[in-house]
Structure formats: structure tokens, C-alpha cells
Design a protein around this ligand. Sequence first.
Ligand code: G3P
Ligand code: MG
Length: 267
Amino acid sequence: MENIIRMEKVKRPWVVAHRGYRGLYPENTLAAFEAAIAVGADMVELDVCLTRDRVPVVIHDKTLYRTTDGKGLVSEHSLSELKELDAGSWFSSEFKGEAVPTLEELLQLVRGKISVNIEIKQDSFESPAPPDAIEFQICELVERLEMVDSVLISSFEHFIFSRIQRWYRDHGKSTALRIAPLQEVPLSEELALGLCQRQSAYSYNPNENHVTPSLIEIMKAGGFRIFPYTINDEKRMEQLIKWGATGIISDEPELLWKVIRKLKGDE
Ligand code: G3P
Ligand code: MG
């Protein structure tokens, strides 16, 4: 589903493809995002970092070793240097030549086809924020491409959210970007709710290991959605859906669809 407003009307869990269709494709490549669209995911999750020349690019790690044939830090390389790298062969020779996409290339690819969860990695957080900080560049890009209703911004770096909201106020925009605090370590239900209230969050995106039925109930009663990450086990998907999770972030969007259809049939 290309638009979050439309997605909200659908009475089933959202299928969020983690780093694209990561189970079968090299993560965070255009091939992985195209595959997620092809299998009918509702949203793709992706990670962004800044290059040396300050271009937001789609890659998870701060270094290049795991998912490309390059070496060193992403932040030490210019965009043109990164574009020389192969981001597909590490996964399979079938994907030789896949590149590290820029955020703009990714957004152009998915625009009108699927919603996007952009995760801003902590290593790109700067204090104080320069005018071309990654979060401001994302706001400008999303506005230029008129994608505000198709984008959810998440981060473990919760200071980023107030800057995004300030950017929208400063630019006189009535609709601000939707935001989702990510939470890796356990947080009490009370603190999680307070965090979302303070941040005017759209959703709470916790590590799935800390999710309980009462956390889901409390967040939803507070008016927040909840998207746990990252679930690839069929039984756990089923459990979280039965508990009422708004959606599931998974490397396996087709498996998630299978679970959703099975539960629908059980009703
Ligand atoms: O957005 C959920 C998840 O992607 C957060 O962790 O490390 O996979 O980016 P990570
Ligand atoms: Mg991520």
C-alpha cells in the first residue's frame, strides 16, 4: 500500500519488509525493494547513513565490509566512490552489480507503489545539527517528492524527532512527518507510553523480545500503533498478530502474508 492513510483503513496487520525482502535478496538494494513490492508488502523498512559528501544512502552498517566489496566506513567514502561498489555479490552471484542506492533513488523507485519506513542510523546523528543534517535532508526530500503520507521515520536516536518536528513548524507545514521511536532495550510500559506521548509519535517500534499483550494494549489505548521488529518465525508472527500488533517488521514478507491469510481463514 503506497499511502499510510489508506493503510489505516485496512483491517489486518501491516506487512513491513525489513531492509526490503531481506530473506531472499541482498538487503537495502533496489532488487530487495522491488521484490517486496512484487509480493505485496505494505511498507519497506530501510536504513540511511551519510556519505563523506553528505548524501543520504541506503545501507545498514556504518562500515562497508558485510554488505559490499568495499572497506572502511561509509562516512569516509564519497557517493561516487560508493557507486563503484558491488552490494549484491556478497549475498549471491545472481545479484552481482547491485549498487548502494541513494535515498532519493529508493524513494523515486517506490513512490506511488509502497509506503516507506526510513530508519536514521545513530552514527549519522550530529550534535549540534548542521543545516544539511541527515534528518533535514530527509524532510526536504520527502517534501520535494510529495511523499509525506507515505513515509514513517524511525530511529533509536530519539533526539532526532524534535528536530524533524521543528523543521516542519519552521517551514509552515501543517502535516508533519510521522515518527516512530525504536527501542532495543526493555522499557517499562509506562515509560514507553510516556516516550510516545512526549514525541507525538505515530507508532512505537520495539524489539519483539520485549513485546507483551499488555504493552500492545496500553500503546493502542494511548492512540499509538505498534510495529515490533524483526520477526521471521511463523509461530511468533501468529502470536504477535493475535495480541494485536498493528504490523510486523520481517525479513520474510511472503511468510507473513501466509500467516495473515491463515488467521483470516480461522476467523
Ligand atoms: O526498524 C527496525 C529495525 O530495522 C531496527 O534494527 O538493526 O535492523 O536496523 P536494525
Ligand atoms: Mg533498520
